[in-house]
Design a protein around this ligand. Structure first.
Ligand code: FAD
Ligand code: NAG
Ligand code: NAG
Length: 442
């Protein structure tokens, strides 16, 4: 087996096509570059674009960033709020007093938030300029056994071929449809969870005046009946990010758009049963809001993440409701495994006589992706499931748990630990071992 030690100087014999330049695609690209592989990102948009809202990363995600490429982690730390407190606080926002539910320590500078666009801008700075092909909307994939390479077709009529395709094309993934297979299948799409979020940024001086230091500086989750709200500082502490989730018995009215205009009055109504502190937070939101539908893949998960030399990662593979704030972090974990395995394929291709070993490059790639699937499938499906459950718990909708603070705390604690304290190094070791076992080299 070739060495896994990153080497920036080697020339890669492996063509990797990444579909989509979100967090999944960009972190994977940087992880591959760190291992001497120069991928091509095909992005549908004319430029990189992220919804202008906040995002936080759990400790497991920071660990995976470091493993992928220290530049990713440095980029993240560059744009986060550097000096909030390192705690996550859950409170019952429907009680007329200080009702602490649970509190977890995140480690020094743990779970920091940033503006998404700032993070992506930092990541893009580390990409060689010709890595990304913009305005490339993937419409068709062909991966037949007889083909030397996988063929890709874009909506502008252009075509390309490549050794391996990683679908990082998000919740409405085209690549997922290919991986799952032709014919009508509800797993081709994510589905509405009957919850949506109001999102808004509040100037910090205004938030501070209403809430004080503790509640503006530390991540707070306010639980309550059929709604819950999350707040944390972004933009160097100049803004308070507010995400207010509500339950919606109706169908989402638009099949194309996940975001629709909303008014503050709608939000105020949904938080009627909360106390005056939480109502004050809602009241600070701007009058014209947008609401964001929460879709996920819980009801119809992808049975697996691979088909031949094509795979999916990030939201394309496992779109989870955002209550654990871990979806993008899991995309980074996916990327760490993929970067290592593709790097192993690359090393192996260069340093061994494949024919003598009776394995072709496509065969090697298929085994690498199989390894990725085995390592990631269960944990990724679990994220989708626990994200659904914790959303119900935050909104007092779990019949056994209700808004009982002891029971809520227990559920929050073990679920968060399973996400935050995941052993990324162990995952990397296991995927390396499993791949070698598949190749019959010990
Ligand atoms: C309200 C909310 C809050 C969240 N908060 C957090 C949080 O705090 N922490 C966290 O870890 N996660 C959070 N998440 C989840 C996180 O946003 C997602 O998991 C993450 O952004 C997914 O990244 P991705 O790269 O897989 O997909 P995306 O970011 O959706 O990127 C997909 C990219 O693919 C491109 N594309 C799509 N189709 C094609 C095509 N056919 N051809 C070419 N390109 C294509 C798109 O243009 C896009 O650039 C939150 C989600 C929501 C909704
Ligand atoms: C955070 O840093 C800023 C600027 O460095 C400083 O003014 C502020 O007091 C710090 N806040 C805390 C809570 O440490
Ligand atoms: C409302 O609930 C929050 C969370 O429990 C608490 O911190 C706050 O003090 C409460 N406000 C009032 C007015 O009771």
């Amino acid at each position: 087996m070739g060495t896994y030690i990153p080497d920036q100087n080697i020339t890669s014999g492996l063509d990797v096509a990444i579909i989509g330049g979100g967090i999944a695609g960009l972190t994977l690209a940087l992880g591959l570059l760190n291992r001497g592989i120069k991928p091509t990102i095909y992005e549908r948009g004319r430029s990189f674009r992220e919804i202008g809202a906040g995002i936080g990363f759990t400790p497991n995600a920071e660990w995976a960033m470091k493993v992928l490429n220290p530049k990713i982690h440095a980029a993240f730390k560059q744009v986060t709020v550097q000096n909030g407190t390192d705690w996550f606080v859950w409170m019952d926002g429907s009680q007329e007093d200080e009702a602490l539910v649970h509190k977890m320590y995140l480690g020094e500078r743990g779970f920091e938030g940033c503006a998404r666009a700032d993070f992506l801008d930092e990541l893009v700075k580390s990409l060689p300029p010709d890595t990304v092909k913009f305005s490339k909307n993937l419409v068709e994939i062909c991966d037949a056994d007889g083909l030397a390479e996988v063929e890709l077709k874009f909506s502008d009529g252009s075509k390309t071929s490549t050794n391996v395709v990683i679908g990082c094309d998000g919740i409405r993934s085209k690549v997922r449809q290919f991986v799952i297979g032709e014919g009508d299948n509800p797993a081709h799409h994510a589905h509405y969870t009957h919850k949506y979020a109001f999102r808004g940024l509040v100037p910090m001086d205004k938030a501070y005046a209403a809430l004080g230091q503790e509640k503006t500086e530390t991540r707070h989750m306010y639980l309550g009946p059929d709604a819950h709200a999350l707040t944390f500082p972004v933009a160097g502490g100049k803004l308070l990010n507010v995400v207010a989730f509500v339950t919606d018995p109706n169908q989402w009215p638009d099949s194309e758009k996940f975001t629709l205009p909303a008014t503050k009055a709608d939000a105020v109504k949904a938080f009627e049963r909360f106390n005056s502190t939480v109502k004050a937070i809602i009241d600070m939101l701007p009058d014209e809001l947008s609401k964001w539908a929460v879709f996920d893949t819980f009801d119809y998960p992808a049975p697996n993440f691979i088909r031949g030399r094509v795979c999916i990662s990030g939201d394309a593979a496992h779109a989870a409701a955002p209550y654990h704030g871990a979806g993008a972090g899991f995309a980074v974990e996916d990327a760490a495994v993929l970067a290592q395995l593709l790097s192993a394929v690359n090393e192996y291709t260069k340093s061994h006589d494949l024919e003598k070993r009776e394995i072709s490059k496509p065969g090697l790639i298929r085994k690498a992706l199989k390894t990725y699937n085995t390592i990631r499938l269960e944990r990724a499906h679990w994220l989708v499931e626990t994200s659904r459950h914790i959303g119900e718990i935050y909104q007092g909708q779990n019949a056994e748990v209700g808004l009982d603070s002891t029971k809520c705390a227990r559920e929050i604690d073990w679920r968060c630990r399973q996400i935050w304290h995941y052993d990324v190094d162990k995952m990397m070791r296991e995927s390396k071992e499993l791949f070698e076992k598949q190749l019959d080299i010990v």
